[in-house]
Ligand binder design. Sequence first.
Ligand SMILES: [Zn+2]
Length: 161
Amino acid sequence: MITEAFASESQANKKFTAFAKKAEEEGFHNIAQMFRAAALSRMVESYAHLGVMDAVKTTQENLNAMIATMEEENSKTYKKYLEDAKKEGNTSVMRAFQSVVEANTAYLDILKKAQEALKSNKDAEQKKCNVCDTCGYVIMGELVDPCSVCGAAVEQFSAVE
Ligand SMILES: [Zn+2]
């Protein structure tokens, strides 16, 4: 039950954030603010659920869990989604899922380096970090134009502190 509530609140957070972005694009700043407030509220609630679930462990445990999740997404979840989309002949969905797998694969390499550093109780190497707003591809270090996964221009990346 709590896992479902966490999933529901997390999905609502992302959906309302997207609604806010669309409202801003359409020039409705005040309505966008309402969507952002609802999204933030849902995020707070999802964090409360995570606390009840005792799902946040040490950084090493969290990193191991993240890597395992992303590997399973690539080898099972998105593999199945890709097969289903291929059967349906839905090329736009296939491209979206393929982008996730490619972005995950590249990011897994970065995460595994951090995992190695953490084994010696060291932090990951400091680098610039940017995420493609189109496909989610993560670049650690200097930006390369265009995105190697989806071809988006370098201006489509968000810097992460
Ligand atoms: Zn991209």
